[in-house]
Design a protein around this ligand. Sequence first.
Ligand SMILES: [Cu+2]
Length: 143
Amino acid sequence: MYFSDLRTMIKSILIFGLLLYFQFLYANNTASWKKSQVSENEHYSVDLLCKHPPTLGGFLPCSLVLSDNSNPISNAIIKIEGGMPEHHHGLPTSPTISWDSEKKAYIIKGLKFSMPGAWQLKFLIEKTKKLPRDIVTINFVID
Ligand SMILES: [Cu+2]
């Protein structure tokens, strides 16, 4: 009787712990701002996921998921650039994008915006033996 209660208790604790763990994982992967876009030549689709909508001030942590007919593509060579087309200037920083095999996404670091208005981010997927070259453009406005 006592042992069966103990086992039930241990089971409950394990399940509770597991739930907490998954909730933690989920919270870490949850982005509150997402933009999906197909590339110019329709070779790829992209999901840009950011921690919050673009604002002025601090760095915006984002990740990018690249896929081809809903199959995720890892290890592509991607370049990020951007700016304000109406103002003819680029980004205030030089953000980097690199593949993260644990997160199964391309992690964007150093992304920042310097003024309100219409911004554009461009992702250039470079041609490799396996992958065709293409460009994805994402437009958004910062109030
Ligand atoms: Cu500007």
